[in-house]
Design a protein around this ligand. Structure first.
Ligand code: SF4
Ligand code: SF4
Length: 87
């Protein structure tokens, strides 16, 4: 298929930041887990536009999001419930 945005949870959790979640043009695609204190991407909704990478790296200066080939995602092709806070 194609590349997907992946959040490095360790970096994100250390930043106390929600910025990328406000800019993804795809609804319910990047959400924020209060339990993990990290943003996460719903793999099935990501369109690989890379806006979140720009926001995290160039605006927030946090470098927590990278584009990854879909077969190489750390958690695999896990479809997370969109619009739901993960527990
Ligand atoms: S912009 Fe980066 S650091 Fe901020 S919430 Fe998104 S992934 Fe985390
Ligand atoms: S690459 Fe685009 S569609 Fe995918 S999570 Fe980032 S902003 Fe959303």
């Amino acid at each position: 298929m194609y590349y997907i945005a992946e959040v490095d949870k360790d970096i994100c959790a250390s930043k106390n930041c929600h910025l990328c979640t406000q800019y993804c043009p795809e609804s319910n695609c990047i959400n924020y887990s209060e339990e993990d204190k990290s943003a996460y991407v719903s793999v099935d909704r990501c369109k690989a536009c890379e806006i979140c990478v720009y926001i995290c790296s160039d605006i927030a200066k946090n470098d927590a999001i990278k584009m990854k080939w879909i077969d190489d995602l750390n958690e695999g092709f896990v479809i997370k419930k969109s619009g739901v806070v993960l527990r």
